[in-house]
Design a protein around this ligand. Sequence first.
Ligand code: TMP
Length: 220
Amino acid sequence: MSGVSGMLEGRRASRGRLITLEGIEGAGKSTVAVALREALESRGIEVCLTREPGGTPLAERVRALVLGHGEEPLAPQAELLLMFAARRIHVDNLIRPALERGQWVLCDRFTDATRAYQGGGRGMPADFIETLAGAVHPDVNPDLTLLLDLPVALGLSRAAGRRGVPDRFESEDVAFFERVRARYLELGRAQARFAVIDASRPLATVTADAVAALGRVLQA
Ligand code: TMP
């Protein structure tokens, strides 16, 4: 076995990579995710594109609970635990099996969203979030995280243009999203697995930068 076919065989036999996409509302994650999938597939890599909260039928039911405006109050801690409950289901039933088959998983949000929204936005303690992350997915962590960063006002105006009834997060005020963005940027600065991409530029430019950032994991 040699050349390209040898490389592909090697890739299939080894564990896949987990690539996550993060950012506030209106950052363009969904469009970028589709472009990344195409870029990976064009290199012969099998891709599983998924999202959080959700990604499996059961985890999508948890998503509906946590995003919907229910009849009862949902304390920040309950919201945090529901995010991790959905994540545990998703990791066990979809992400880990896909990685073990050698597929690359492209996930629209993962635990950094919890760090940013429940940690930064809601003020839940970072050490509690890390304890839960360590218990829920000790063996499954992103190889690369693309943070699509843009000013809150721009993100919210883009998101408002395309949505129906705002969900529990979309109903939050600007100050909430400023805290979320600030926490994302802190994480992006602190950890080498992040590529921070300026998402205020035209989507084609953002997408090109995101595809270029894949080079880090393609060469690894
Ligand atoms: P989406 O609109 O990008 O699909 O994300 C759904 C919402 O859920 C979004 O407002 C961010 C929020 N969220 C959290 O608050 N914590 C999390 O851990 C995740 C995965 C999402």
